[in-house]
Write a protein that binds this ligand. Structure first.
Ligand SMILES: Cc1cc2nc3c(=O)[nH]c(=O)nc-3n(C[C@H](O)[C@H](O)[C@H](O)COP(=O)(O)O)c2cc1C
Length: 186
């Protein structure tokens, strides 16, 4: 079974990529396959509501989204980590979310996949919970099985993440919950 991690940060080597690398390392230790989508390395344009994907499973925008569709479709679970930008996800991540309407319109292809969310902010109360909520909304609208960190909503972290012991525990608890949920389907 495969877990894919998405970092919504434009920064290569930043806090969200560290979080996803840690999460995928944990998943691999538990015997899962891992894949990643780092938006610092991809060009994903926003959806322009052309309607093409209502009729065929294709998007006329020429960018890196084909690779993202393939990775998401072949995943059993998806963990998404976003920086908090003005209390929500980054524009880069929102563009990816909107473009996945193609997968929804062509058979709800993310339905039943396990989902977990993480948000990293520059402030302690900078909007991490709102950001996690925005990620969960995307997952619910796809019919995914959303899990939290058992106690609360998911990973809530403060930059620099390596010094945020409390925040990292919420990330680890979310990954463990995702892996335990997936193991039920094995
Ligand atoms: C445009 C912009 C808006 C931001 N808004 C917030 C915010 O509302 N709350 C917050 O805690 N941090 C905010 N930050 C700080 C980022 O969340 C922080 O730098 C990010 O978690 C870094 O992640 P990265 O290292 O993976 O890029 C903002 C940063 C930028 C550039």
């Amino acid at each position: 079974m495969k877990i894919t991690g998405i970092s919504g940060s434009p920064n290569s080597g930043g806090n969200n990529e560290k979080v996803i690398d840690m999460a995928l390392g944990m998943a691999k230790e538990k015997g899962f396959k891992a894949d990643k989508i780092f938006l610092s390395k991809l060009k994903i344009s926003p959806c322009n509501d052309c309607g093409t994907c209502r009729n065929i499973k294709d998007c006329p925008i020429e960018d890196d989204m084909a690779e993202v569709y393939e990775k998401l479709e072949t995943s059993d679970a998806i963990i998404v980590s976003s920086p908090v930008f003005f209390g929500s996800v980054t524009a880069q991540l929102k563009a990816l979310f909107d473009r996945t309407i193609l997968l929804r319109r062509n058979g709800f292809l993310l339905k039943g996949k396990v989902g977990g969310a993480v948000a990293v902010g520059g402030s302690r109360n900078g909007g991490q919970e709102y950001t996690v909520n925005a990620i969960h909304s995307w997952m619910h609208i796809h019919g995914m099985l959303v899990v939290g960190d058992v106690g609360h909503f998911g990973g809530i972290a403060l930059k620099p993440v390596e010094s945020d012991e409390v925040g990292l525990k919420t990330v680890k608890d979310t990954v463990n919950q995702m892996c335990e949920t997936l193991a039920r389907f094995k």
